[in-house]
Design a protein around this ligand. Structure first.
Ligand SMILES: Cc1cc2nc3c(=O)[nH]c(=O)nc-3n(C[C@H](O)[C@H](O)[C@H](O)COP(=O)(O)OP(=O)(O)OC[C@H]3O[C@@H](n4cnc5c(N)ncnc54)[C@H](O)[C@@H]3O)c2cc1C
Length: 419
């Protein structure tokens, strides 16, 4: 069996940026993904667009997510595939593929991690289910970028689910697209549609409890993207619940499409172009790490000594129980940072977690979960692994200052001054 320096599990924004960065640091890297491409939720769940990630600092509009995320955006722009933060998925797949291949990373698609072998506090290998059967893969270090903290969970690390009071997670959403839409007519009829929707909700005519219709334009003509189904009170890590959620969500897609055809203009010649291949999971397991980033830390705009990324996307909580979405917006010019310690599960020495499942509470996760920020978290995890692998040390014993300087030198914004 070939042994790697690092195995990254999960090929979303966090996993790809982690793998590419670690490979650039000289590590021999394998990335394992259950799907057939990179991009994670952006591809599997059709999540679009990138949520906003900039603010005015000292009078200058500053992007809080730079580094590899900025490179990806530049490449999307060059291919005409990025407009007002909305992007074309097929181009994104291609760009991420190139990034991973150019970094000489070994790739395994269609490989689902289901078991972990550990010796003491070290993960030794992982077992993945493939078309050829079960394959065991060995490495010195691991990054869990599965979104669900699947590797950490299988390794016996403590994880928490959803909000603190009752473990309910933010709702799941099956995104969908309509084609051949007269977009201008549709938008012109928005107020009429909004009113009809409000009345239908009040009269209990809809199974979908979401308070509004969330729609985005894409960089293609005559297509509208909807992020508007809402499946509540289901556990995104329970095999039965996710099946049930897919079925409910699909009913909601047809329900809202039929409803819009009755109450909006511009859909006369439209058709249901696609639903995502997987229901989107906003929130599921989070690890319990060396530091738990809290909602209060975010609201205090805390800048940690071991900052590795910055964020000020609003604390955006879609009601886990039904109608309503709450927002806490950060004042202009303000942001919080994410500490490196939140990437380290307490129970292991050779694993980092990157992406939406790092160590935090429910409120903090509702902010940093966006694609630009998880991409930066991944970049930090990959860079840290470069150091850990070189010095063969416990991931919590790397030199933080060196990590921060390396991130800064690679064009990342980490929200604090380092020299
Ligand atoms: C409905 C919805 C709307 C959203 N809207 C926005 C938005 O508008 N803008 C924005 O910026 N963000 C949005 N987000 C948030 C954002 O999409 C996610 O939080 C982010 O993409 C998470 O990235 P990640 O890399 O941590 O995980 P993911 O993108 O989920 O990547 C994890 C990868 O791991 C793989 N994987 C999982 N389990 C296994 C396994 N057992 N074995 C092998 N591989 C595995 C998955 O296939 C996946 O490719 C939204 C999320 C949802 C669900």
């Amino acid at each position: 069996m070939e042994k790697y320096d690092l195995i990254v599990v999960g090929g979303g924004f966090a996993g790809v940026s982690a793998a590419v960065t670690a490979a650039k640091e000289g590590c021999h890297v394998l990335i394992v993904e259950k799907g057939n491409s990179f991009g994670g939720a952006a591809i599997n769940c059709l999540v679009n667009p990138f949520m906003y990630y900039s603010t005015k600092i000292n009078g200058v509009q500053t992007e809080l997510s730079q580094g590899i995320f900025k490179t990806i955006c530049q490449k999307l722009k060059e291919r005409g595939a990025l407009e007002y933060n909305a992007f074309l998925e097929e181009e994104l797949k291609f760009i991420l593929n190139d990034l991973v291949c150019d970094a000489k990373i070994d790739i395994l698609f269609h490989a689902y991690i289901f078991d972990v072998q550990k010796i003491g506090s070290k993960i030794k290998s992982i077992s993945v289910a493939t078309k050829s059967g079960v394959v065991e893969l060995e490495a010195d270090y691991f990054i869990d970028a599965t979104g669900d903290a699947q590797l950490a969970f299988l390794a016996g690390c403590k994880t928490v689910l959803g909000r603190e009071s009752d473990s309910l997670c933010q709702p799941m959403t099956l995104c969908f697209r309509l084609g051949n839409v007269d977009v201008d007519s549709f938008m012109a009829s928005w107020d009429k549609l909004k009113l009809a929707h409000k009345q239908a909700l009040e009269n209990g005519e809809l199974i979908n409890p979401r308070e509004n219709i969330l729609v985005f334009k894409l960089p293609v003509p005559n297509v509208l993207h909807f992020n508007t189904t809402r499946v509540i009170k289901m556990n995104p890590t329970c095999y039965k619940d996710v099946t049930c959620a897919e079925i409910i969500a699909r009913k909601q897609v047809y329900e809202i499409y039929e409803f819009m055809k009755k109450h909006a203009d511009g859909l006369e010649n439209s058709f249901l172009m696609m639903t995502a291949s997987e229901i989107g999971v906003r929130e599921s397991r989070r690890i319990v790490g060396d530091y738990i980033l809290t909602e209060q830390d975010c609201k205090n705009c805390t800048k940690f000594d071991d900052s590795i990324a910055a964020c000020n996307y609003d604390i955006d909580i879609h009601n886990p129980e039904g109608t309503g979405t709450s927002h806490y917006y950060f004042p202009e010019g303000e942001y919080y940072t994410i500490p490196y310690r939140s990437l380290i599960p307490k129970e292991t020495d050779n694993m980092l977690v990157a992406g939406r499942c790092i160590s935090s509470d429910h409120g903090a996760q509702a902010s940093y979960r966006i694609m630009p920020t998880v991409c930066c978290i991944g970049e930090a995890a990959g860079t840290a692994m470069g150091q850990a692998i070189k010095s063969k040390c416990n991931v919590r014993n790397i030199n933080i200052k060196e990590l921060q300087i390396a991130l800064k030198n690679n064009g990342a914004f980490i929200g604090i001054d380092v020299r």
